[in-house]
Design a binder for this molecule. Structure first.
Ligand SMILES: Nc1ncnc2c1ncn2[C@@H]1O[C@H](COP(=O)(O)OP(=O)(O)O)[C@@H](O)[C@H]1O
Ligand SMILES: [Mg+2]
Length: 328
């Protein structure tokens, strides 16, 4: 804990963003309240993205009422793998990733065997709001299970790694690769015990890792190095993230993406209050970058111009990318 505090203190001098500043200067300033449902409800996010031609994990079905739980079998159909999640969940809570069937039951990605009744009970808990923001009644969604690209095999343990990019007014400012561990149960959320690894915006090369607030260089389960890994389709991920501004209209978001073995890059979800640990993984404060983007926006405004997704990505890659030491 002391190590973490020391790291945080050192970063303070380098423009680290704390929770108060994030809320006051970014979340409240750039995110219009009326637009929150687009990102706070994963079903609405999916509908928006699909309408805009952006790829997401296929939605198999939605359960909104206790009565509809009877439809579960029909929604799952003959499939042996799928994911159940609360539409308004966060932090990986309430998500069940089913990887297989086993003698009339299901097997989760971390090997737990569960019965159909247990799944029904879980869906019922989702509906009552057990996992939703503010404890409101919620809906359960059943979707395609993402199979991660082979590239992640050596640096990930079970489950699906995701790529988080923070985007300010359509400009990606910081990126992180999140790797599930044995502890995180196949989920890539840091609070579940996943690893966060910084990513160079220009090249898509991974930087150092953080795990449970410690700085690490190796994956604890696979023992392979997590730094110096080249993420594929990097510019594609950057453009996908930048374009989410037009998609949702919120000015300060965290975009979560995954790379499916067959379907390629997919948007998993958008967050209106993205976490701040990304700064530790990148050894860089967010305000250094957000201020640069805000200055850019001022400048463009004075000149009466706006930039396309490609121009925005080129700007941030030039400005924040090619972190010294990344190539070595
Ligand atoms: N369709 C899916 N297939 C496989 N794993 C998934 C899927 N959806 C989510 N996950 C895993 O669970 C994590 C959290 O999912 P996400 O949709 O971002 O919900 P939350 O809002 O709880 O973070 C992801 O980072 C990923 O590791
Ligand atoms: Mg998430």
């Amino acid at each position: 804990m002391f190590g973490f505090w020391k790291t945080w203190k050192a970063l303070e001098a380098r423009g680290i963003m704390g929770i108060n500043r994030r809320n006051a200067d970014y979340v409240l300033k750039y995110n219009k309240r009326s637009l929150y449902p687009i990102v706070d409800d994963k079903i609405i996010t999916k509908e928006r993205a699909t309408a805009a031609g952006i790829h997401v994990p296929e939605l198999y079905g939605v359960i909104s009422t206790e009565k509809e739980i009877d439809k579960l079998d029909e929604i799952i159909g003959g499939r042996s793998d799928f994911v159940i999640k609360p539409a308004q969940g966060a932090g990986g809570d309430g998500i069940i990733v089913i990887a297989d069937r086993f003698e009339g039951r299901y097997r989760t990605v971390s090997g737990k065997i569960i019965s159909h009744e247990e799944i029904e009970h879980h869906v019922s808990s989702i509906l009552t709001g057990l996992y939703s923001l503010g404890g409101h009644r919620d809906r359960a969604l059943i979707e395609y299970r993402v199979i991660p690209d082979q590239i992640f095999k050596s640096i990930s343990y079970e489950g699906v790694p995701d790529i988080r990019i923070i985007v300010l007014m359509g400009y990606p400012v910081m990126a992180m690769l999140r790797l599930p561990t044995r502890q995180s149960g196949g989920k890539a959320n840091l609070h579940q015990g996943a690893i966060g690894v910084g990513v160079d915006l220009a090249t898509g090369l991974t930087l150092r890792g953080t795990w449970l607030n410690n700085i690490i260089t190796k994956h604890p389960d696979t023992t392979n190095a997590v730094d110096g890994v080249q993420l594929p389709y990097w510019d594609g991920f950057m453009k996908l993230a930048a374009g989410c501004y037009e998609l949702c209209g919120l000015g300060y978001i965290g975009v979560d993406m995954v790379l499916d073995q067959e379907k390629g890059p997919l948007i998993l979800e958008l967050n209106a209050r993205p976490g701040l640990n990304i700064q530790i993984a990148n050894d860089c404060g967010l305000t250094l970058r957000t201020h640069a983007v805000e200055a850019r926006l001022e400048d463009l405004k004075a000149r009466g111009v706006t930039e396309t997704v490609e121009e925005r990505v080129a700007f941030v890659q030039e400005m924040f990318g090619h972190i010294p030491g990344v190539e070595g």
